[in-house]
Design a protein around this ligand. Structure first.
Ligand SMILES: Cc1cc2nc3c(=O)[nH]c(=O)nc-3n(C[C@H](O)[C@H](O)[C@H](O)COP(=O)(O)OP(=O)(O)OC[C@H]3O[C@@H](n4cnc5c(N)ncnc54)[C@H](O)[C@@H]3O)c2cc1C
Length: 386
């Protein structure tokens, strides 16, 4: 008798799918109609944080004790997949930074006081959160950060600057990486930093290629005093905490890349069937049918690689290699998808009122932020012993 086939792996239950429909509905009806307007303005309304908080989207996997929903990671996957249907990558970035990047570290490492002061209001969308690790001279090389936090009595005195910080112009607090000890990775700590601290300033909002409605800023710290009890986790262990935090950030980037690719392809198939040239739909030319078939297959492969990483992450298994692979494959693939989808749209693909044109700009960020594709290859090659 042959071995019975394993039960098919279906990550989404009825409850997950019901939640997915709620997110999709909200994104399509309440966000997408404003997508262009917010891009042109270079900002989405701050009230959206409150709205997302009220809907429970900012605390999906967070502890209910602090206002989260305590759900599993597949709800986050469904949420991030549907968020691309807002048609506004800046909103996606802002909200994912808030719920999935700047705050999980506080949930994992923070004291009750930090959770009360920073985490709970962030999950409600009352306080805006940012995660500040990168600096003008240190992006990929996190161990080279130079912003210092010097102990002075019961305080820490912070000096330095941070670069490319999402939610940076309107953050009420920052989950901040600082140097508290020796040079290199062994001297880094994380702190919760309230932006009303004296000496803090926002340098400028950066003009970007895409993600236009997300505010990305340079932050300055000039003799800013914060209480020492705002340290997150153990002093000088920040590098390891950051690497742990990166896993969720990179996984959600992979999920976003797959979902954005899928949406671009759906739009393109629709356009290519309606648009005629030489008496037939442009998508009916074999060159395009084959190109779309190829891309749909690659997206499906990237999706299941990403789901494999999400499954490990959900079960709290070590998934550094799988998450890095998923981020690399999905974010690089989104570039090919965006290029071809724009090409099939012809002239309309170059006009910014077309969704695919804005998606082409927006997905370019994916292989850069949160660890570049080159860094993903470094991690993967080390993980397999190369
Ligand atoms: C829109 C946007 C939003 C962002 N949001 C945030 C945020 O909220 N918080 C935050 O902390 N940061 C944020 N970042 C920063 C982002 O994470 C960094 O830009 C990214 O990690 C790359 O760092 P870098 O720009 O310093 O590039 P560099 O490290 O200077 O790298 C430049 C090039 O060299 C390559 N390279 C570097 N090291 C190696 C190596 N060892 N082997 C091979 N190639 C290598 C890189 O892959 C890249 O191609 C954001 C960036 C952008 C653009």
């Amino acid at each position: 008798m042959p071995e019975p086939l394993p039960v098919a792996f279906e990550p989404f239950s009825e409850e997950h799918q019901a939640f997915r429909r709620t997110v999709r509905d909200f994104c399509e009806k309440e966000l997408a109609p404003h997508a262009r307007e917010w891009d042109e303005k270079g900002e989405f309304p701050r009230e959206l944080f409150r709205r997302f908080g009220d809907m429970g989207f900012l605390g999906i996997r967070h502890d209910p004790a602090w206002g989260g929903s305590g759900l599993d990671y597949w709800y986050v996957v469904a949420y991030a997949e549907e968020l691309v249907r807002s048609r506004n990558a800046g909103v996606g970035t802002g909200m994912l930074v808030q719920g999935e990047m700047a705050t999980p570290i506080i949930g994992d490492l923070g004291t009750d006081e930090q959770k009360r002061e920073f985490l709970a209001p962030a999950l409600r969308g009352e306080k805006v959160a940012a995660l500040a690790i990168s600096e003008p001279d240190a992006g990929s090389d996190v161990a080279a950060i130079r912003t210092t936090a010097r102990a002075d009595g019961d305080d820490l005195v912070v000096n330095g600057s941070k670069m490319w910080i999402s939610n940076g112009t309107r953050a009420d607090f920052v989950t901040l990486a600082v140097r508290t000890g020796e040079e290199g990775y062994g001297g880094i700590s994380l702190v919760t930093f309230p932006t009303d601290a004296k000496g803090f300033s926002v340098g400028k909002k950066l003009e970007k290629v895409g993600n236009l409605s997300s505010d990305t800023a340079v932050l300055y710290f000039d003799d800013c005093r914060i209480p020492r009890r705002y340290l997150l986790g153990e002093e000088n262990q920040g590098f390891f905490h950051i690497l742990t935090g990166f896993q969720g950030e990179r996984l959600v980037a992979a999920v976003t890349a797959v979902a954005a690719s899928q949406l671009m392809l759906e739009d393109t198939m629709r356009y290519g069937q309606a648009r005629k040239a030489f008496g037939r739909p442009v998508a009916s030319f074999q060159v395009w049918r084959h190109r779309l078939a190829e891309l749909l297959s690659r997206v499906e492969a990237a999706r299941w690689l990403t789901y494999r990483a999400a499954d490990l992450f959900n079960r709290k298994q070590v998934a550094v290699k799988e998450i890095s692979m998923a981020k690399l494959v999905a974010c690089d693939l989104a570039q090919d998808v965006a290029y071809d989808c724009m090409q099939l749209h012809g002239g309309m693909g170059y006009v910014t009122e077309t969704d695919v044109a804005r998606a082409w700009r927006d997905v370019r960020l994916l292989p850069i932020a949160g660890g570049t594709s080159e860094i993903m290859k470094e991690i993967i090659s080390k993980a397999v012993g190369l």
